[in-house]
Design a protein around this ligand. Structure first.
Ligand SMILES: *[C@@H]1O[C@H](CO)[C@@H](O)[C@H](O)[C@H]1NC(C)=O
Ligand SMILES: *[C@@H]1O[C@H](CO)[C@@H](O)[C@H](O)[C@H]1NC(C)=O
Ligand SMILES: *[C@@H]1O[C@H](CO)[C@@H](O)[C@H](O)[C@H]1NC(C)=O
Ligand SMILES: *[C@@H]1O[C@H](CO)[C@@H](O)[C@H](O)[C@H]1NC(C)=O
Length: 615
């Protein structure tokens, strides 16, 4: 050890060769009914005569919750413990008082978060890091995508990615994409796919890890993306239940599309100048090209003033589209940002043209904060909520990083929509178009799912259902009503397990967090409290909890937080004092998936009046 003199520290770097290596790196992902549990296991050997700080650094999808982290050193397991943020903070006030941010997870890029920690490993000893994260794959444009980021930080002799997918409904397509799925890697990837199961193995050699497209002396740095969809014979969906919980996947695709009324509200303020306004024009023109003749649309641009293409919604006839495209081509950046006035006008246009049997959609694109007209965020939110009054969803697209994304997110959630970040990049126009495509084909509106005998249900009301997406509802079954479910046990030889309880917990926590963002006052507090309790119970690292990484006694420790969307990358720190070993029993109760029938009442189909489906 040589922390005595600074001269010595420099010398050490040269005297000892850095002889340590990751001798094994495995990523094991198991997907069952769209619920993915991924375990990353990295085994590292310190081959030096000195102890060495060994780092573990991996990237995981933003949508995932970390649920477990453990290290094995010298036969001893050290389990991370999920605590409320406050509790974690209190315990580690040292770090806070030193003014350090104690986070070791930071946002990277559009879809990933980076987890980083390190531990001191004695001479000629080994360490095993094991990180588990869980995520419900969301169906978009008719597909589920499992993203696996492989970046072990050096070429690894025993490198493996194993993916196993089990979908009882049957897997109808399965593809492997991503930067690592290149010709040079073709012989490293094996995929097999039977009716209900699929396997993907990715075993690149050390040589391949150095020479592929996303590789170098440091090894691989890229994605493997497994894309798949399931069969849908039953248009009423697919219900599974186990241990008192159920999950219902509902994604009918055999319905006729509903005409839509769509109002585009486009920010043309000064900050949109250059490439952003150019990309917006191009995307808008391509979106207009995709409107069907039965659709109606409106187009407003705004800075501190409003500019109408037409005062009211009009039908998407060829003539109208040509005129709108000419208008779109002439959008110029200028002036300040009056979001309030613009969104209210978009809402007015939709409200003024209610047409039975169609789906109304309001889309706001902005790249900045409100700077003109009403600028108080809460007042804007309240005005918008009143103007929309639950009649249609508001989708907010935040272009770049100068937007207050939380403001947009809250406004969308308050109006049955979602917010999406558009990253300033050469493909921004594709991102805009891609978002639009997700909502381009409404099939149902005002969807209400009713489950008799179900309690603690996740969201059951959905303002619109779009082709290519999926509605997922999970809940608990009351004891008394167990009779209304007639489960069949999946054959035991089927070793595939569905952890429905965790699907329910995952969805409930996500939705409570959205509720917490959307509401204020006591309701906000109560949503927060519930979300915290469930995060703790299921040991999810969410925005309300932290994981205290447990290390051997005497070592500085880390506290792991989930970063917010778009949060600037943090400099990781680790100088937090360790307060002894905290064992945790995060054992996950795995339950066998069984099938059941539940009465399911549906839906308004605006074209055909109210329909009633039951299973
Ligand atoms: C991957 O994880 C699953 C579930 O935990 C386990 O059954 C399986 O053996 C693991 N596969 C490998 C190759 O480690
Ligand atoms: C919905 O999507 C499916 C395939 O993804 C397609 O076959 C079907 O035609 C679409 N329905 C409508 C109404 O566009
Ligand atoms: C589930 O519902 C029951 C009865 O309404 C309630 O007592 C319980 O707290 C709920 N559990 C959770 C985790 O929300
Ligand atoms: C869901 O929709 C039904 C029928 O439209 C309505 O009565 C109910 O209040 C809604 N529930 C929630 C939680 O919004």
């Amino acid at each position: 050890m040589c922390f005595c003199w600074f001269v010595c520290v420099c010398v050490c770097e040269y005297v000892y060769t850095d002889d340590w290596d990751i001798y094994s790196f495995h990523i094991n992902s198991t997907v069952s009914s769209r619920y993915a549990t991924t375990v990353i296991t990295s085994r590292v050997a310190n081959r030096m005569d000195e102890s060495k700080e060994i780092e573990f650094q991996v990237r995981i999808p933003k949508n995932a919750f970390i649920s477990k982290f453990r290290m094995f050193i010298d036969g001893q397991a050290y389990d991370g413990v999920v605590k409320s943020k406050e509790a974690a903070k209190q315990q580690y006030t040292d770090a806070v008082s030193q003014g350090q941010s104690a986070g070791i997870v930071s946002s990277v890029g559009r879809t990933l978060e980076e987890f980083k920690t390190s531990v001191n490993v004695a001479a000629h000893k080994k360490v095993t890091f094991e990180l588990t994260y869980e995520e419900l794959l969301k169906r978009k444009l008719g597909k589920y995508e499992l993203q696996i980021h492989a970046r072990p930080m050096q070429p690894v002799k025993d490198f493996k990615v194993d993916v196993y997918i089990h979908e009882k409904a049957g897997i109808n397509i399965m593809e492997v994409k991503g930067g690592l799925s290149t010709n040079a890697m073709a012989n490293a990837i094996t995929k097999t796919h039977s009716d209900t199961q699929a396997w993907v193995y990715f075993y690149p050699t050390e040589d391949q890890q150095k020479t592929c497209d996303h590789c170098g002396e440091q090894g691989m740095n890229g994605d493997l993306v497994i894309v798949y969809d399931v069969n849908r014979d039953n248009s009423f969906g697919d219900i599974k239940k186990s241990s008192g919980y159920f999950v219902h996947h509902f994604a009918p695709s055999n319905l006729a599309r509903i005409p839509k009324n769509v109002a585009f509200v486009i920010d043309q303020s000064g900050s949109m100048y250059g490439r952003k306004i150019q990309q917006t024009r191009t995307a808008l023109i391509r979106i207009l090209n995709d409107l069907a003749e039965e659709d109606h649309f409106g187009l407003i641009t705004f800075d501190s003033s409003l500019f109408h293409w037409k005062r009211e919604l009009v039908q998407a006839t060829e003539e109208n589209l040509a005129s709108a495209k000419t208008f779109a081509l002439q959008i110029q950046d200028r002036g300040a940002t009056d979001i309030n006035q613009a969104v209210l006008e978009g809402a007015r246009m939709l409200n003024a043209n209610p047409r039975e049997g169609s789906a109304s959609i309001l889309i706001l694109l902005t790249d900045g904060d409100p700077t003109s007209g009403v600028t108080n965020l809460e007042v804007i939110q309240s005005n918008v909520r009143k103007a929309i009054a639950g009649e249609f969803p508001l989708y907010c697209l935040g272009f770049g990083f100068d937007v207050n994304f939380e403001f947009l997110e809250k406004m969308s959630l308050q109006n049955n929509g979602v917010a999406r970040r558009i990253y300033e990049d050469s493909d921004a126009e594709l991102q805009l178009k891609g978002f639009y495509e997700e909502v381009a084909t409404p099939l149902l509106t005002d969807v209400t799912m009713v489950y008799e005998g179900g309690i603690n249900l996740t969201q059951t009301n959905f303002s619109q259902y779009y082709n290519g997406s999926e509605i997922v509802v999970a809940g608990q079954i009351t004891d008394n009503d167990i009779g209304t479910f007639t489960p069949q046990v999946v054959a035991q030889r089927n070793r595939k397990v569905v952890n429905i309880q965790r699907v329910w917990a995952y969805l409930t926590v996500k939705q409570l967090l959205e509720k917490e963002l959307r509401l204020s006052g006591p309701e906000k507090e109560s949503a927060k409290k519930e979300a915290l309790e469930l995060s703790l119970k299921y040991s999810f690292v969410t925005p309300l909890t932290s994981m205290v990484v447990t290390k051997p006694p005497g070592e500085s420790s880390d506290v792991l937080h989930k970063p917010k969307e778009g949060e600037a990358p943090q400099t990781p720190t680790s100088n937090v004092r360790q307060y002894g070993l905290m064992p945790s029993s995060l054992s996950l109760p795995l339950c066998y998936g069984v099938y059941g029938v539940v009465s399911l009442k549906l839906l308004h189909h605006p074209n055909k009046g109210q329909s009633f489906f039951s299973l």
